[in-house]
Design a protein. Structure first.
Length: 94
């Protein structure tokens, strides 16, 4: 049980660090802090990326999981495009 808690702790620290880094980059590029929409989208992209890496590293990664990974990758790419559109629209508005 303690091992599971340690894994979740590392996972949450990684997500928080990734989100903080992405927010800092957006702030540096656009000159303003991200909106709630942008922050939630960044969080979902970070979590999905971590899940994809976890799925790749497991030994039971075959068949159905491979198809799910392909779908997840497409979803991540769509989320990245949405994030770019949000930041570019907001940058143009200011």
């Amino acid at each position: 049980m303690i091992k599971n808690l340690a894994y979740w702790l590392v996972f949450s620290i990684t997500v928080a660090a990734a989100l903080t880094g992405i927010i800092m980059v957006i702030y540096k590029v656009t000159g303003h802090s991200p909106t709630v929409e942008e922050a939630l989208l960044m969080l979902s992209v970070a979590i999905t990326g971590l899940l994809i890496n976890h799925m790749k590293s497991t030994s039971k990664f075959e068949g159905h999981a491979r198809a799910e990974l392909t779908t997840l990758r497409r979803d991540v790419e769509e989320m990245k495009r949405d994030l770019k559109l949000l930041t570019s629209k907001r940058a143009r508005a200011t």
